[in-house]
Design a protein around this ligand. Structure first.
Ligand code: FAS
Ligand code: PHB
Length: 389
């Protein structure tokens, strides 16, 4: 098989890149190791920046998002029993879209099927060959047969555990990482959300987040230890703990019900530099991970894909390599700004066992300052709604 861009991974980064390239008349084949159902079964992000909304519209998949998605003008942060609203619209004139990653992925999958573009699912032993040469290839196996895709470029959109980044020798890549001493225990339930907007709660028992997927489906998280076992957390135990971490008047409003999904996500900050190696380009979680506290993971993937699809378009139409040569630096500048914001949101909202009394006082001072300063709230707002591409 021959294509212009071989994309590894059919998560949001790979599918969005595929759609944007298709709309630009650039041929791409996506190679995915799992089945479509498995990809859709992973419950992940829930908040889209305006930039990501625009890219999904550009990819031709904005209709259901605008029909079913929820526009949020702000978010609530609570600590010390107090509630504070960050009004994005008043502070920075922008909003965010609450529309689950599962639905984004489904819309992109449907659009790719509709346009007849090639996606290979259940691909085994995906291997990058000669990615630094002018004749890069991707091979994979299916039903015991080895297949080869020759291409101009390879886009590694295969997530944190994918093969792309790991195909690069240690001598050619720098890794930056911080693993947090806790995770998030998340629950999905077909119950009405406890509030119209998201609630980020700092509590002495641990962080909690009240989110949603629609007006009838809620997503909740509580900070948990790294050794937490799902089987130790019945629904009732989760709901009781969540209530304890919310202001009393909010806890009273909580509508509980059976979980339809329950999972634990580890929290880490991670960046691989550079994001380009010859004709291999990393995008999304393959290149960086953020703690989900700032709702940046999916949105960073969208930003990478914006830069990369624009770069490929410049190459194929304008015969310019400027975008390709500048991709890594441009993407990493935005990545590190989101890494900073996600680290900061995590640091002010979670319990850190080793913070000590001084660290606890500093966290309280951060929150006191945040809620007493228009400038501080504006800074949070402009980062949360998304910095410009
Ligand atoms: P993805 O990991 O989504 O997709 C990569 C794809 O590549 C997968 O389909 C995988 O099967 C495939 N793949 C892997 N190895 C391969 C190989 N060798 N060959 C072929 N295909 C291969 N972000 C938020 O903003 N908010 C959240 O609440 C949030 N929660 C998260 C919870 C979890 C458990 C995880 C892991 C991430 C979470 N994220 C969250 C971040 C998440 O949304 C990512 O940012 C987003 O999925 C990034 O999309 P991709 O870069 O496409 O990577
Ligand atoms: C979610 O709805 O899953 C969600 C929302 C905001 C976050 C993290 C997760 O910061």
């Amino acid at each position: 098989m021959r294509t212009q861009v071989a994309i590894i991974g059919a998560g949001p980064a790979g599918l969005l890149l595929g759609q944007l390239l298709h709309r630009k008349g650039i041929d791409a084949i996506i190679v995915e190791q799992r089945s479509p159902d498995y990809v859709l079964s992973r419950i992940r992000a829930g908040v889209l920046e305006q930039g990501a909304v625009g890219l999904l519209e550009e990819a031709g998949v904005g209709a259901r998002m605008h029909k079913e998605g929820l526009i949020h003008d702000g978010t609530e942060l609570t600590f010390d029993g107090r509630r504070h609203r960050i009004d994005f619209k008043r502070l920075v004139g922008q909003t965010v879209m609450v529309y689950g990653q599962t639905e984004v992925t489904r819309d992109l999958m449907d659009a790719r099927t509709a346009c007849g573009a090639k996606t290979i699912y259940n691909a085994e032993n995906v291997t990058l060959v000669d990615y630094a040469s002018d004749t890069p290839k991707v091979t994979y196996q299916q039903d015991g047969v080895t297949h080869e895709i020759t291409c101009d470029f390879i886009a590694g959109c295969d997530g944190f555990h994918g093969v792309s980044r790991k195909s690069v020798p240690n001598s050619a890549i720098s890794l930056f990482e911080r693993v947090y001493p806790f995770g998030w225990l998340g629950i999905l339930s077909d119950t009405p959300p406890v509030s119209d907007e998201l609630i980020y709660a700092n509590h002495q028992r641990g962080f909690a987040l009240c989110s949603m997927r629609s007006l009838t489906r809620s997503r909740y998280y509580i900070q948990c230890g790294m050794d937490t076992q799902i089987e130790d957390w019945s629904d009732d135990r989760f709901w009781d703990e969540l209530r304890l971490r919310l202001p009393p008047e909010t806890a009273e409003q909580l509508v509980t019900g059976p979980s339809i999904e329950k999972s634990i996500a580890p929290l880490r900050s991670f960046v691989a530099e550079p994001m380009r190696f010859g004709n291999l380009f990393l995008a999304g979680d393959a290149a960086h991970i953020v703690p989900p506290t700032g709702a940046k993971g999916l949105n960073l993937a969208a930003g990478d894909v914006h830069y990369l699809s624009t770069a490929f378009e410049e190459f194929y139409t304008g015969k310019s390599r400027a975008g390709i040569d500048g991709y890594s630096q441009k993407a990493l500048t935005r990545v590190w700004l989101a890494e900073r914001f996600s680290w900061w949101m995590t640091s002010i909202l979670h319990n850190f066992p080793d913070n000590g009394d001084f660290g606890q006082r500093i966290q309280e001072a951060e929150l006191d300052y945040l809620f007493s300063s228009n400038a501080a709230m504006t800074s949070l707002a402009e980062n949360y709604v998304g910095l410009p591409y």
